[in-house]
Structure formats: C-alpha cells, structure tokens
Design a protein around this ligand. Structure first.
Ligand SMILES: [Zn+2]
Length: 330
C-alpha cells in the first residue's frame, strides 16, 4: 500500500464513519478505534509527497487566495486544487462560450466562489461528482446546483454539523495556513439547495462545449461522471483516480461499481484524458480498461488481496481497490 493510498484510505474511512448509520458493530465490523488507527497526528506526514510531479507541467494561475492552487489543465478547463488538506481535492471549472460548469466545490475552507469569479464572468452551474463532504463544501455559494434524484443526495444536501466533520480539519489533516476568518472550531459542511435534477444521458450545453452526464454509482450512490466527447475528456470524480478506490464504504456498492467500470471502459477509445478529483489532474484513458479488468478479476475471484481496515485490498498497476469482505452476492 503506497503512502497516498494509505492516506486516501484513511480519508474515505473518515467519510464512512461520518455517514455511518450502523452504530452496532458485529464481529466482522472493525471498531471505531481500529478504523482510525492509521490516521492522525504523527502517523504520516502525508504532505511530504507535495508538490506532486503531475502538477509541474502547468503554470499556476494568479488568484487571490493562497489556500487554492489553480491551473488550466486543458483549454478552458481549470483545476482548482486544495493541497493544504489531506484530501487534496480537485474541483474543475469548465468553460463554454455562454455558460460555465463547476464540477465540485471543494472543502468549504477557502472561498471557491471568489476563485471562480476571478476566472470567469459566465453564469455558473454546479454539478457534484457525488456528495461526500470534500466535494460539496462551496455548494451553498451558488444559485444553480444540479443533483441526482437520490435520497443520498437529498440527505447530504442538508449539510453536516461540526461534530460530523471536525476531524477533517483536525490534527494531521491540514498543513497549510487556513484562510483568514476560517475557524476549525466552527467548521461545518453547509447545507445547500439542489435547484435542478441531473439524469443519465443529460447533455449540458455550455456553448461550444457539451457535457454529458453519466450516472456511475458504486463509490457512492450518487456518483456521476462528466463526458466531454468532442474534446475526449472524462471527469471521473472519486470513481477513478490513481490511488485506492473505495468500493467498501457505507453507501458504496461493489456490484454497481463493477457495472460502472465496465461502462466506462467502453469509452476508452474515444476518451483521451481522465480528470480525477484527488491528487493529480490528468491520467491516461487506459486506466478505464484497467479498472474494468480489475473489478472483473475481483468479482471472478481471480485477484489476490490482503485485509485492510476491515475490508480487502486488491492491488493493481497504478491503483488499488478496497472491497467489502465478504463480497456481496451478485
Ligand atoms: Zn468520495
């Protein structure tokens, strides 16, 4: 398990804990203490991996907040990166000629609205890759927020109280100075209003650029990807990035994730670049077929695994997958 996969595992386990609705652990369920033992102060200076080499090829865009780093990673596509916190979350501002789409809104520690306003004057539509706390933090700053028609999205739109998210800004999670006016003691995931639905196959026309919605449940019930067919771009959120993929969380569904991986692999010939939501902004499209093959290998009992954090971890070239133990029935 690589450093990055360890810390991503810890991060998503924290999400799992924060959203866990099952307070009574049984014999196969790790205790809270077991789940958090890899996380926290002094365990791992995760920020020693920064800056990541993947960002070196891009020029940082001038903007006013040191909390964020902004890079134009494709023409008209800005990665808004928050390397100061453990998740290293990446939100993407995608420009058309008439409208802009903001794919995720980060942690809600900095003022992402101000970043966006410095990059474009176009009207903004927000779409979330899913509604884990690190992807929706700035949703409340926008008037047009589209969401899936799932209970999961509806429930998460109510926000999370301080107690549910305090640890994500606690010791070991943040190395950068936080913005003036931000208080760790008052950190919450603010509620937001979903102003319109997104459905599978919807096409959002930004003017000179169309983005297709692909509902891709698995990591979360409301996971989705954005496909820019004309430019060969696929924005994958937490469904695919080059570290540990989570198919074992509360709300995850291994079987749905396997179907999602198969579907995304069919795009491998027309997509040239995959843009994930953590760590680094561009990976090659061959990850799509490799992810499908990996899920199939696990489902068919052909992959080796080791126990990890109450799940099984399967290692592949460039990524690993945490899957529930035992696997759910097909
Ligand atoms: Zn997530």
């Amino acid at each position: 398990m690589s450093r990055s996969s360890i810390r991503l595992a810890a991060a998503c386990l924290a999400i799992w804990l924060a959203s866990c609705q099952s307070p009574e652990p049984d014999a196969a369920t790790p205790t809270h203490e077991q789940l958090i033992e890899n996380r926290g102060e002094g365990k791992d200076n995760w920020w020693d991996a920064l800056p990541r080499a993947a960002w070196a090829g891009f020029d940082a865009i001038d903007q006013s907040q040191s909390w964020f780093e902004v890079y134009e990673v494709e023409p008209g596509v800005f990665a808004i990166y928050e390397p100061g916190q453990f998740e290293e979350i990446i939100s993407y501002l995608i420009l058309g000629s008439e409208n802009a789409l903001l794919f995720d809104t980060g942690l809600g520690i900095g003022d992402i609205r101000a970043v966006v306003d410095q990059l474009t004057a176009l009207p903004i539509t927000v779409v979330n890759s899913h509604t884990h706390y690190d992807h929706v933090g700035g949703n409340h700053q926008f008037d047009d927020v589209r969401g899936t028609e799932t209970d999961y999205t509806r429930n998460n739109s109510a926000g999370r109280a301080h107690d549910a998210v305090a640890e994500f800004v606690g010791d070991g999670w943040i190395w950068k100075d936080t913005p003036e006016g931000f208080s760790k003691d008052a950190y919450v995931s603010k509620p937001f209003t979903v102003t319109g639905p997104v459905r599978d196959g919807d096409v959002l026309d930004l003017g000179g650029r169309s983005l297709e919605i692909l509902l891709t449940p698995g990591h979360a019930p409301d996971s989705l990807c954005l496909l820019d067919r004309d430019n060969g771009l696929l924005f994958t959120g937490d469904t695919l990035y080059p570290a540990t993929l989570y198919a074992h969380l509360e709300g995850s569904d291994f079987r749905e994730y396997t179907k999602t991986a198969a579907r995304l692999a069919t795009l491998a010939t027309e997509v040239s670049t995959v843009l994930p939501a953590h760590n680094e902004p561009r990976i090659s499209a061959d990850y799509l077929t490799r992810m499908r093959d990996a899920f199939d290998a696990i489902a068919n009992g052909e992959a080796e695994s080791v126990p990890s954090d109450g799940a099984q971890e399967y290692s592949f070239d460039g990524f690993t997958i945490l899957a529930p133990d035992p696997l759910p029935e097909p």
